[in-house]
Design a binder for this molecule. Sequence first.
Ligand code: GDP
Length: 140
Amino acid sequence: MLQRTLSIVKPDGVSKGLIGEVIRRFEREGLRVVALKMVHLDKEEAKGFYAVHRGKPFFESLTDFMSSGPVVVMVLEGEDAIERTRKIMGATDPRKADPGTLRREFASNIEQNVVHGSDAPETAASEIAYFFNALEIHSH
Ligand code: GDP
């Protein structure tokens, strides 16, 4: 099924110089970048993005981290884009991520894990709409 998903190069990925590496791996697997921009979320915007995690013990720390520097947000398009993106990323905890995945190779810890990818069609739709309007997304 042709899908779209939202991915983010998180502040640690940007500061480690991994923007190109992340995009290269997605493109290498045939995913297409159909929207892309750099933004610096403020604390409230980070809370809004991760609202599903409100109340969890790591919520404050996570939203501090996500608002600590610029991020690169992108929409990826392709067959089964959601699952394929998550496979390239690897498990949330880099110690549990498969060898060769972005998080295994580059993440510092379970929080500072370089990259985000939507986990289901419904979250992909709402996450894409959080950052992009229809005129900013270009299928090609
Ligand atoms: P994801 O879909 O793999 O990104 O994982 P989740 O949706 O479960 O969590 C969202 C983000 O919160 C993760 O990517 C991490 O940055 C962070 N996170 C998840 N679990 C933990 C945790 O146990 N501790 C901390 N400090 N951060 C976490």
